[in-house]
Design a protein around this ligand. Structure first.
Ligand SMILES: [Zn+2]
Length: 417
């Protein structure tokens, strides 16, 4: 991991994570799939690697400012800088690293070391991967399960180590020597000297990333969700300012929810439970009322309608499908022969055709014919059928007309075979 030959880029961030300004020379300049790219003889820009995301920043060359859009680590030890405009070979540049972004990455990455070590120390759960995202970071722990109490314990220990402000050292040692030191993790590429990150008396691991000088700079660690994944358990966390911003956002959300209930934030779950129970009870009561209303409506409609069978054709502009289905059931549940042709306008405009069993009409066929005229979809059995018309479709007047025509046709020529 050390620069063994001169074609490799001198990685200034290896020795100082807080170096934001540097001078360098362009040693390669080319086009990489339509994007201008350069290699510098030395750089403080961190390339995406080891779970840590690349830096951003600016290059100043001959009074001109060029943005760094991405930094990539090459197999051969060169660092590629993707730039907003081309730069010629040999150009002297001044680089400026986006310090706020770097600082955030340093906090997240160093926090990960502390957290991974805490999981090892407490529960012997090794970290198998680390991912740094835009909003939060995750580590994957090799374990069958992680209880909320364990997560909280690891969070507690990690924050204690942060508060102790333990020094974080960087040193380079030969591989054979490193193997004797009991590192938490060895890098996949084991050639040359290893760069070791040493959190005093707490964690020693090989890593090429940027880290704090002492654990206090991490600020804090906040664990978020833990979920089962293929290789174990994925733990989401945020460090430093991200932890503060996340806690701020959580609090704002909770406060908004609490205001809706006029309660304290810690009472919100209880309030939601109460409201859900109330909503369930109200729903039951409403359904009971609807049944009673359907019963009464059925009695009234039957009393008003003559003939055998009694053909009842009725449109309910303000009622929904649930009500007309209930009504159809009530109308056709008795002993006398009834055909109910019902429609509603609330919610999705719906038709329900039903008859007392043993009659010669076919509700399913009547519904198909009606839907063909209305551009809707529906069907059913001989005795009961339902069809819906798209809400923005033909319009309620047309629905009413088709309903009335169906009723009139049925009365004019009742099926007799
Ligand atoms: Zn690291």
């Amino acid at each position: 991991m050390l620069n063994a030959d001169s074609s490799m880029t001198d990685r200034l961030y290896y020795h100082d994570s807080f170096l934001y300004d540097f001078d360098a020379r362009v040693v390669e300049a080319f086009d990489s799939n339509g994007r201008p790219a350069i290699v510098l003889d030395r750089t403080a820009f961190y390339p995406t690697s080891g779970g840590q995301v690349h830096d951003l920043g600016m290059l100043t060359a001959e009074g001109q400012q060029i943005a760094i859009t991405e930094v990539a680590d090459e197999e051969d030890g060169r660092i590629l800088h993707f730039v907003s405009g081309p730069l010629a070979m040999g150009t002297q540049v001044h680089g400026t690293v986006d310090a706020a972004r770097r600082c955030d990455h340093v906090q997240q990455h160093s926090g990960q070391h502390v957290l991974s070590a805490a999981f090892i120390r407490l529960f012997n759960m090794p970290t198998v991967s680390f991912h740094m995202g835009e909003e939060s970071c995750t580590i994957d722990l090799e374990t069958n399960g992680l209880s909320p109490a364990q997560a909280q314990k690891a969070e507690q220990l990690a924050n204690e180590v942060i508060a102790e402000d333990r020094p974080v050292g960087i040193r380079f040692v030969p591989l054979e020597e490193a193997c004797q030191l009991g590192l938490r993790k060895l890098p996949p590429k084991q050639t040359g000297d290893l760069r070791l990150i040493d959190i005093s008396d707490f964690d020693l691991t090989a890593c090429g990333g940027t880290h704090v000088r002492a654990t206090g700079q991490i600020g804090s660690i906040l664990l978020r969700k833990a979920e089962k994944v293929k290789q174990g358990v994925r733990v989401e966390f945020v460090c430093g300012l991200r932890a503060v911003n996340t806690a701020r956002r959580d609090y704002t959300t909770l406060t908004e929810a609490a205001a809706l209930y006029s309660s304290y934030i810690y009472d919100v779950p209880e309030q939601i439970r109460k409201l859900l129970a109330e909503a369930k009870a109200a729903g039951k009561a409403q359904h009971k009322l609807l049944e009673e209303l359907a019963e009464l409506s059925a009695e009234r409609l039957l009393a008003q309608t003559a003939g055998s069978p009694q053909v009842i054709t009725q449109f309910f502009p303000d009622r929904d499908a649930i009500f007309i289905k209930l009504l159809a059931q009530k109308l056709t549940a008795g002993k006398s022969a009834v055909i109910a042709l019902l429609a509603c306008g609330a919610g999705q405009p719906t038709l329900v055709f039903a008859q007392t069993p043993g009659q010669k009409s076919n509700m399913g066929q009547l519904m198909k014919d009606a839907m063909a005229q209305l551009g809707g979809r529906g069907g059913g059995s001989v005795d009961m059928a339902q069809g819906g018309v798209p809400a923005g479709g033909v319009g309620l007047e047309r629905l009413k007309t088709v309903l009335q025509q169906t009723g009139a046709n049925l009365k004019a020529s009742p099926p007799n075979s």
